[in-house]
Write a protein that binds this ligand. Structure first.
Ligand code: ADP
Length: 661
């Protein structure tokens, strides 16, 4: 077995490979771009080498830089992970040439499967059905038009060198073909440097079923059962499970056999996946991925096999640890991909610092795979997948329940995420029944992607966090008039008004510090409220006697609030502090929270009227207008613009308060 390996990847897959290697007593070498010097995979590895600037093209895709790091570290083998160079035949060959083992298939197998047209021809020769289509070398529009007429519409245009759905277009009618070919060609050239296209009959609602295969250098080849990856958005997998639900056992075993036929045809070594689409009891080969896949974890959970361990053993020349008959599948596993993206805005990737990242504790039935920690940044340079959450149980229903429980506890703030989308997906009746096809998410997109209006507890948490979440100052805090457990203020009743923008709707919350305690008003509804910080941005809120655990993260003029079943990003339209009345303390103008004076709007000696803005306090990146609690004359101004102020500090003294006229 190897003594030291280099992982030519980043994020969760790099971390995952490091953990297995470490368990086997193998030393690990990480590589990283400038953007990743403080990343988790670098911290976990025994050694780490910088390989270039943030853009992947100049670092994680730079084969030479990676081989240099391998030489410097004296690693014996390279694990490519997935993405980046994992399906690059030249890189695999380059490793071998440099005297390193490539922890993956032979370069020839990668090459044979890297071209969709050639791969399909190969599958066909092996006696495996493929989708009817055109995969010829002649790429003229007129040829495509004639072939399209033969195949029939609707059809699919795909990039021959494709991957990740790029270059894929659905064509419903002949008059759309020209434009589709043109844009697919453009995308294919940009993404793969190869403009060639193929045509395929488009199946409207197939299931995506794939089979995990494994080969060693001694000619042994086994399958590790199938995965169902039909939950897709725009041909990209979102959720994967094993085994596929409600699929006839005979069909499944035919798929296993077909996958092995394809793998045998290229004498496949190491981990690979043979992908099929299945419709009305018939299946068709679509491609083979010559690497470990993101969704390999569901296979690991049902078989109890560590696929990365097998990859290492096979690459080191060992035989497959188990024979086909010894490989058993038990129970059901479901994986979801947690992305930093905003489903409500077309799933646009979201970047930023992770103000909050919280997962439930992992155990034997729940895996959390991530390369991120709270405080880390999600940048625009790499894939926005933040984590995979994988749950196992004896049956599908149990796995779904366990996954739901895990997602409910998951918090990801500072960036947008698809957590709520995933929660809604696994709650969909059709998904619960197990009858999901690849068009399912598209059909239900609106219901799955759009958040409900922010509920009152979310608005309450946003407002309350302004005063509760500030770090406590032990001595002063004991007497702070803003301690919320009683809400009492020496100046009598005062209110703090908030207006939040909830996706275009203005939502007002008034916080009233009454003698009877703290109250929150939502329009005419008035509810007693309590709040206390739980640390790390989590906030317990009790609203109208109901307890809710929340996480809150403030950004620039916006606040994100997560509850168990939803996350909302609220724009902060305005906040205002008003001291409503009472003669007793009418002259007090105090800072409700620590901050900095942004502006002073009045001069000493000025007459002011109740409600007039006296100064503006900047706290927690927000501006707060501080208004006169009563009519009066400004007797003293204690702070100037730019001055820091402590919570409870008297900012201004109003004297000679006149009777309001
Ligand atoms: P890529 O390599 O770009 O990921 P694939 O060929 O693997 O492309 O296909 C990705 C997804 O596209 C499949 O999982 C399936 O949902 C869909 N798909 C592919 N071929 C067809 C087809 N002929 N008809 C309908 N859907 C298809």
């Amino acid at each position: 077995m190897f003594k030291k390996i280099l992982i030519a990847n980043r994020g969760e897959i790099a971390c995952r490979v490091i953990r297995t290697a470490r368990r086997l007593g193998i030393k690990t070498v990480a590589v990283y771009s400038d953007a990743d010097s403080r990343a988790l995979h670098v911290a976990l590895a025994d050694e780490a080498y910088e390989i270039g600037p943030a853009p992947a093209r100049e670092s994680y895709l730079d084969a030479q830089a990676i081989l240099t790091a391998a030489r410097r570290s004296r690693a014996e083998a390279i694990h490519p992970g997935y993405g980046f160079l994992s399906e690059n035949a030249a890189f695999a060959a380059g490793c071998v040439k440099a005297g390193l083992a490539f922890i993956g298939p032979q370069a020839a197998a990668i090459r044979a499967m890297g071209n969709k047209a050639a791969a399909k021809a190969l599958a066909e020769r092996a006696g495996v059905p493929v989708v009817p289509g055109y995969r010829g070398d002649r790429q003229h529009v007129a040829i495509f038009a004639a072939e399209a007429a033969r195949i029939g519409y609707p059809l699919l245009v795909k990039a021959t060198a494709g991957g990740g759905g790029r270059g894929t277009r659905v064509v419903e009618r002949p008059n759309e073909l020209g434009a589709a070919l043109e844009s697919a060609r453009r995308e294919a050239t940009a993404a793969f440097g190869d403009s060639r296209l193929i045509l395929e009959k488009y199946l409207r609602a197939p299931r995506h079923i794939e089979v995990q295969v494994f080969g060693d250098r001694r000619g042994n080849l086994v399958h590790l059962y199938a995965r169902d990856c039909s939950s897709q958005r725009r041909y990209q997998k979102v959720l994967e499970e094993a085994p596929p639900a409600a699929l006839a056992p005979a069909l499944l075993s035919n798929l296993h056999e077909a996958a092995l036929k394809v793998a045998h045809a290229v004498k496949y070594q190491n981990a690979g996946t043979v992908e099929f689409i299945v419709e009305r009891g018939r299946f068709y080969f679509i491609e083979m991925n010559t690497r470990l896949q993101v969704e390999h974890a569901v296979t690991e959970m049902i078989t109890g096999i560590d696929l990365v361990e097998w990859q290492l053993r096979v690459a080191a020349g060992e035989a497959l640890p188990l024979k086909q008959a010894q490989i058993r599948a038990r129970g059901h596993a479901i994986e979801v991909r947690l992305y930093a993206e905003d489903p409500a805005r077309g799933f646009m990737p979201s970047t930023g610092r992770l103000a909050r990242l919280r997962f439930p504790p992992a155990d034997t039935h729940l895996r959390i795979e991530t390369g991120l920690r709270q405080g880390d940044a999600v940048t625009e340079f790499y894939d926005p997948m933040a984590a995979k959450v994988v749950a196992w149980a004896k049956d599908r229903h149990g796995a779904r329940r366990r996954l739901r429980a895990a997602l409910v506890e998951t918090r990801i703030l500072g960036v947008d995420s698809n957590r709520d989308f995933l929660l809604r997906l696994i709650e969909q009746p059709a998904f619960r029944r197990g009858s999901v096809d690849t068009a399912f998410i598209g059909r239900h997109l609106e219901a799955l992607a759009l958040p409900a209006p922010a509920p009152e507890p979310a608005l309450a948490a946003a407002a309350l966090s302004r005063i509760v979440a500030a770090p406590p100052k032990p001595a002063a805090d004991r007497f702070s008039p803003w301690r919320l457990r009683d809400g009492w203020r020496p100046s009598g009743e005062s209110v703090l008004d908030f207006a939040f923008d909830d996706r275009g709707t203005k939502r007002r919350v008034r916080m009233r510090f009454a003698r009877a305690g703290l109250q929150l008003e939502f329009g005419r509804r008035c509810l007693p409220a309590l709040a206390w910080a739980l640390g790390a941005g989590d906030l317990a809120v009790e609203l109208g006697g109901r307890h809710v655990e929340t996480s809150v993260a403030w950004g620039d003029r916006a606040v994100q609030v997560a509850l168990a079943d939803g996350t909302w990003r609220l724009g902060v339209v305005e906040t205002a502090i008003r001291h409503a009345d009472t003669a007793s303390a009418a002259s007090q103008v105090v800072a409700p929270m620590p901050g900095k004076i942004a502006a002073v709007h009045v001069a000493k000696g000025a007459s002011v009227t109740r409600g007039q803005v006296l100064l503006v306090l900047e706290a927690m990146k927000m501006e707060h207008a501080i208004a006169a609690p009563s009519d009066g004359v400004v007797a003293e101004i204690r702070y100037a613009a730019g001055d820091p102020v402590a919570e409870g500090a008297e900012l201004m003294v109003l004297a000679g308060a006149k009777e309001a006229t």
